[in-house]
Design a binder for this molecule. Sequence first.
Ligand code: ADP
Ligand code: MG
Length: 420
Amino acid sequence: MALIVQKFGGTSVGSVERIRGVAARVLDTVAQGHRVAVVTSAMSGETNRLVALAHDIDPLPFSREYDLILSAGEQVAVGLLALAINAEARKRGLVPEGGTKARGYLGHQVGIHTDNGYSKARIREIDTKLLFSELDAGIVPVVAGFQGVDDSNSITTLGRGGSDTSAVALAAALRADDCEIYTDVDGVYTTDPRLCPKARKIERISYEEMMELASLGAKVLQIRSVELAAKFRVPLHVISSFSNTPGTRVVHREELGMSMEQVDVSGVAADNNQVKYHLRGLPNRPGVAAMVFGALTRESIVVDVIVQDMPVSGMASLSFTVGEAEALRTQTALERLKAEAFREMEIQSDKSLAKVSIVGVGMQHHPGVAARMFQILGEQNIDIRLISTSEIKVSCLVAADQMKLAVESLHRGFGLDRLD
Ligand code: ADP
Ligand code: MG
């Protein structure tokens, strides 16, 4: 008998019919003799609706209240799913009329404690007492993903895709035998199957590669969930909620064996939510970059690719990218910096860029991978604006309208295309 955490994404609970399907799947797992804790996202589209409402009232709504609003979608999903499990359990004769097989919980009710970083809160600890007593009593706890509670009893949210992280954190806290992430694709692919029809399903992928793919735009798993899974050795399994095909297992690198190591590139990621900032007219002296990025860090803005250009006529310039969601806050922070410190600074931004990246642990042992990437893009006349690399990835900024072409040619060029 295993303890399994099952997480269902927005599409998986997107309608009453689908919620019934999820309820049946949960009870099938219970019927195999396992104990199951469930985490669910809001019904698809619901969180976007709440985001739009908040932005209608305030273009910069990020605050305690914003998290309160955004967390509401999960409350409905959790209630509906618990209702559906109970109805199905009665139909199967597992509980008597009026009996209970599942109970829905919000994050704060099951002690999911976070810091107070609204909209990107981090889970600190989970109090498992109530959850274990439910599991021991044969109840399926259905827990709201994406949310927690901070020290001042305010509701926090974990950032988009945060239910993945809720599920992994719960699995770690409960020492679950498996954490199953049910979604609308049947696993992790060599690239986003929506973008490139030739994408192939990966049977097993290392935590490191999955982390890179997630941070570079593959939203199939939230990056934080993969970090947590690696840290706490949570077995992670990405599966489809709509079929019974085997999914993708995220495993430690040593479990991959040699054959995978020989591949230099395992996947291609793309992200068109990038804004490039170009700052000109900065004083050319040490400490300036530290002041610019210090100002952004104080606003918790995560900066990506950075390039410091050669100074021209005594003035320095600097380029970097941020996620589109942070563009407004970045602009505000830069304007404040201009007013306070760098009056000569010119701020230019460009939203028409996308980041395409190749990822693979095998890259470390294969020199020349970056050169091949530039060559493949060059053959398609794709202009590269910025480049950044790490041990196991190379990213290039390209024009957004060339993103699909870039992904497809890299996918083909590195031998990832499906053969049929
Ligand atoms: P959920 O609502 O279940 O959390 P998401 O929409 O967050 O689902 O993530 C699933 C989506 O991730 C897929 O529909 C797919 O378009 C996208 N995706 C991006 N990159 C990949 C990849 N490499 N493999 C699989 N899916 C990917
Ligand atoms: Mg998701």
